[in-house]
Write a new protein. Structure first.
Length: 323
């Protein structure tokens, strides 16, 4: 574990505390969802999450620009951790008396997906103006024998950084403390976590608004339980309309089926505007292609505030062709 004392001369942490920690709390975030007795704690969602298989460095994403104070803290953190470090996600947690942070590990999927050499770290900024040792609320980190090897009080402007794979928890608060224990949490990883297919689209669409739209479309597709390559291909739904590229290049980049999917989408939607009719009537299109195209187009309409009637038709197409 590394411990830093943050010089908040620019007031970024103070801004986070005074703005985000006032009236944006939502209750029910679980520290360990595998524990039936975890009743949850408070959280401020910043919209700075990450979705497999669309993992990407928030430093290159448009979303963090909406939070200048958070971005400033990330810039400072990156200067401490090194240029190869990327920001996977960030959020604010809050604990009050009676809310318990049960022991858990963070982002185990990083090592599972990218190997043990993919560094994953949890970084916690403490936001409270004062903290008395009688109030409890320590962050504890366990060793492999489940003995506590670190216990850190949440003192103002303190930052701790540790291996995300280590079991850790926020300890309960004393009854005598009537406030909210507040922390800004950033989860970081080595740059190997950047998905190349997301990077490709980011390079093609430097405009933040266009990139954010395509990323959101892909997240909606992901939420419909499709294969990873289809989720990633969803970001390419406008590629043949917007970018001067060839289908052979895209086949090599995406794979045969994902490219055929976006090629068919371009032909039936962008060129002929007959996609939904074809999905309902054309028996030459296989069920799996109909389903995946309907999910893709639903995500596009959802992001673009499209016709409810068309979205309802797409839902029926998915139901009819879901294996």
């Amino acid at each position: 574990m590394r411990i830093f004392e943050i010089d908040d001369e620019a007031g970024a942490l103070e801004f986070v505390k005074n703005v985000y920690c006032k009236d944006k709390w939502k209750y029910g975030q679980l520290a360990n969802s595998s524990r039936d007795y975890d009743q949850g704690h408070w959280k401020v969602s910043l919209g700075l999450g990450n979705t497999l298989p669309l993992t990407f460095d928030h430093d290159q994403m448009p979303f963090i620009k909406k939070h200048p104070a958070i971005n400033a803290m990330w810039t400072h953190l990156k200067s401490l951790l090194g240029e190869d470090t990327i920001l996977v996600r960030a959020y604010i947690n809050g604990y009050t008396y009676g809310t318990d942070g049960y022991a858990h590990r963070d982002d185990q999927w990083i090592n599972e997906r990218y190997g043990k050499d993919a560094l994953s770290e949890t970084c916690i900024f403490y936001l409270n103006d004062e903290w008395h040792h009688d109030w409890g609320g320590e962050t504890v980190v366990y060793n492999e024998d489940l003995e506590i090897e670190n216990a850190i009080l949440p003192k103002k402007n303190r930052l701790i950084v540790f291996d995300s794979n280590k079991l850790h928890a926020a300890r309960p608060l004393s009854r005598c403390y009537t406030g909210v224990r507040q922390v800004l949490v950033m989860k970081t990883a080595s740059s190997i976590v950047n998905e190349s297919r997301v990077q490709f689209i980011r390079d093609m669409y430097s405009d933040d608004t266009k990139f954010e739209r395509l990323y959101n479309i892909a997240v909606t597709v992901f939420n419909n339980d499709v294969a990873d390559n289809i989720t990633q291909a969803a970001m390419y739904c406008d590629i043949y309309k917007d970018v001067d590229t060839s289908r052979p290049v895209m086949k090599e980049h995406l794979g045969l089926y994902p490219e055929e999917l976006i090629g068919t989408y371009h032909e039936l939607h962008h060129e002929k505007n007959i996609l939904i009719d074809e999905l309902e009537k054309n028996e030459d299109i296989t069920s799996i292609v109909k389903r995946d195209l309907a999910i893709l187009h639903y995500a596009v309409l959802f992001e673009d505030n499209g016709s409810k009637e068309d979205m309802d038709r797409l839902i029926e197409i998915v139901k009819a062709n879901d294996a």
